[in-house]
Write a protein that binds this ligand. Structure first.
Ligand SMILES: NC(=O)c1ccc[n+]([C@@H]2O[C@H](COP(=O)([O-])OP(=O)(O)OC[C@H]3O[C@@H](n4cnc5c(N)ncnc54)[C@H](O)[C@@H]3O)[C@@H](O)[C@H]2O)c1
Length: 259
């Protein structure tokens, strides 16, 4: 069997690619970062394939699907792409309104892209022979605790991640007719390369909000949840938080409060 992982060489996506290879899958690491994707594919061996592309470009996604179908029966799509886009408040005390281009960029990256890959993979799954349960495939998108607990400065990000959570049940019901399950994972702070590069005080302030265990999440824990969703066929249409029972301050502790 094969899987497509977008952001498949990133922090959460990379851990997922690695775990799926261990599980016996062939994995298409779908990434714009060709070098990182190729280096992970080399490390993971002949069942890993680096497909360079952009989740928002149909031809790239169709190419990744074709590759995955050549590698095995494509039954899993995990969407874990992302980039850090710094966004301002909705309006500042000086009367500057949020830039609409930045808002759209955020939705393109964190909502339109995952939806694009989901819809094209679901269409591909439709052609699969169903398993004993009638299942033809599984889609797992990545939301965030920001979907439910957005902080100041996160309006655009929280909107995109809330939309991922919101579309999960609707998409699961859409795709029930073809035996495709849809879930989302809403992580709290995970120590992926993006956060690992942050200053120590910023890292400490993020961990401070986690109840237990008092540390960052690990990519392997995200990947293990992917596997649990994959194996638990009655689980469908849910967004699952994985966040050490964290609570979220109104404003990120490492940023000055917005006036
Ligand atoms: N790390 C966290 O604490 C955390 C918490 C909540 C949610 N998330 C979400 O999880 C996802 C992954 O986050 P991460 O920390 O692993 O990030 P990361 O930066 O480590 O990895 C993201 C990967 O996505 C790839 N990517 C960028 N644009 C792409 C595109 N157009 N098409 C395909 N791939 C693309 C990047 O090259 C990168 O390898 C993101 O959606 C992020 O918002 C992360």
């Amino acid at each position: 069997m094969s899987a497509i992982v977008t952001g498949g060489a990133g922090g959460l996506g990379g851990a997922t690619s690695r775990r799926l290879i261990q599980l016996g899958f062939s994995v298409v690491i779908f990434e714009p970062d060709a070098e990182r994707a190729a280096s992970l594919a080399d490390e993971l061996g002949p069942r890993a394939f680096a497909a360079c592309g952009d989740q928002g470009r149909d031809s790239d996604v169709r190419n990744a699907i074709a590759v995955a179908q050549r590698l095995g029966k494509l039954i899993l799509n995990v969407n874990a792409a992302g980039v850090a886009i710094s966004t301002p408040p909705t309006a500042t005390a000086d009367g500057v309104a949020h830039d609409m281009g930045l808002f759209r960029d955020m939705l393109d990256m964190h909502l339109m892209g995952p939806f694009n890959v989901s819809r094209l993979c679901a269409a591909a799954f439709a052609g699969n022979e169903p398993d004993a349960d009638g299942q033809r495939g599984v889609i797992i998108n990545t939301s965030s605790t920001a979907a439910f607990d957005g902080q100041a400065g996160q309006t655009a990000y929280a909107s995109a991640k809330a939309a991922i959570a919101g579309m999960t049940l609707a998409m699961a019901r859409d795709l029930a007719a073809i035996g495709v399950r849809v879930c989302a994972i809403a992580p709290g702070p995970f120590l992926t390369p993006r956060l690992a590069a942050a200053p120590a005080d910023v890292q400490a302030s993020l961990v401070q909000n986690v109840a237990f265990p008092k540390r960052f999440g690990r990519g392997e824990e995200f990947a293990e949840l992917v596997v649990a969703i994959l194996r638990t066929t009655f689980l469908n249409g849910q967004t699952i938080r994985i966040d050490g029972a964290m609570s979220t301050p109104l404003t990120p502790l490492h940023l000055p409060a917005q006036r």
